[in-house]
Ligand binder design. Structure first.
Ligand SMILES: [Zn+2]
Length: 318
């Protein structure tokens, strides 16, 4: 047989819940290369993943043997046909107009993990079904985690794209209709820390309505919470020291002082305009508002300390 990367008998799926229906249409061990891309396809016909897997197996030894790593049926059923360690015969040739990051001297099947989505329409115009979309998003995320593939649109360093990127002449409609924006949002969300993270769990609980409550009572919320979760959380920023500060001179901004940084929500860039996308950024601590806030905090600290010193003096003179 020699299927499943040549490992006889080892037929466990690499993705939880997948049914294994193997075939021999692959490059064993990718000629020593590692997968750097996830390629999404649409089947342009058919509904059941099991049927497409049987078709792939039936092409073994023919003039046009084809395959892919995973197939997702209309009902969300996931079938695995080829090990992720091997290169499936799925992408054909690079054609003129392919994305420029593909290296014409390397067979793209050696660098890619291919996912077929069963679509009954012959032009791939169907939207994914709900179960199909969920299986697809979870699978893409897991593959990226397993192989260190960047969870974003493909470029020279790797990532996720469709068959159209390789073969714009014959496969411009593969995968066809696909919820790309929802995929990017799903993957962004997965990248963020959540309350199950072992470090986060030490300091935060669910504050309700999508907020986090710190053990010191401070509430993190909205875009500032997203920023905190996306950029390392407590390990990078330390704990938040106070609820959002709203300064009347800067409407529609919200500053969260943390132990190790000052986070500013400022979508209109009223306070500062650093070269970063998104509504939040870190305030300068060596000038401007950030410096003033730090000075205020240290002045308040000095005031508290000197008050205490005076009290001690008074007490010792009694
Ligand atoms: Zn395709």
């Amino acid at each position: 047989m020699g299927k499943w990367g040549g490992t006889e008998g080892n037929m466990l799926p690499e993705q939880h819940g997948a049914i294994v229906i193997p075939n021999n249409n692959f490059f064993a061990n990718r000629d020593g290369l590692r997968p750097r891309y996830v390629i999404l396809h649409g089947s342009a016909g058919g509904r059941r993943a099991q049927d497409l897997a049987a078709y792939f197996a039936s092409t073994e030894g023919t003039l046009n043997p084809v395959s892919c790593h995973y197939i997702i049926g209309q009902d969300g059923t996931l079938v695995q046909c080829v090990s992720e360690r091997d290169g499936a015969w799925s992408n054909g040739q690079l054609t003129r107009g392919h994305d420029s990051f593909w290296n014409a001297s390397i067979n793209p099947n050696l660098l890619t993990i291919a996912i077929e989505h069963c679509k009954p329409s012959l032009d791939n115009s169907d939207a994914l079904t709900g179960p199909q979309q969920l299986t697809s998003f979870v699978l893409v995320h897991s593959i990226c985690q397993r192989w260190g593939i960047p969870m974003r649109r493909a470029d020279a360093t790797g990532g996720i794209t469709g068959h159209f990127s390789l073969d714009p002449i014959n496969r411009s409609r593969c995968p066809g209709n696909y919820p790309w924006e929802r995929l990017w949002t799903f993957l962004e969300d997965k990248k963020m820390l959540d309350l199950n993270d072992p470090v986060v769990r030490l300091f935060f609980t669910d504050g309700g309505h999508g907020t986090w409550r710190c053990k010191n009572g401070v509430i993190l919320q909205g875009a500032n919470l997203t920023f905190y979760r996306s950029h390392g959380g407590p390990s990078i920023f330390g704990l938040p020291l106070a609820n959002e500060i709203h300064l009347p001179q800067y409407p529609n901004t919200a500053i969260v002082p943390c132990e190790r940084a000052l986070i500013a929500y400022d979508p209109e860039r009223k306070i500062d305009s650093p070269p970063i996308h998104g509504p939040c950024y870190l305030l300068h601590i060596d000038s401007g508002l950030g410096q003033q806030l730090l000075l205020q905090r240290s002045n308040a600290l000095i005031h508290t300390l000197s008050t205490k010193l005076t009290q001690i003096h008074t007490l010792s003179e009694i």
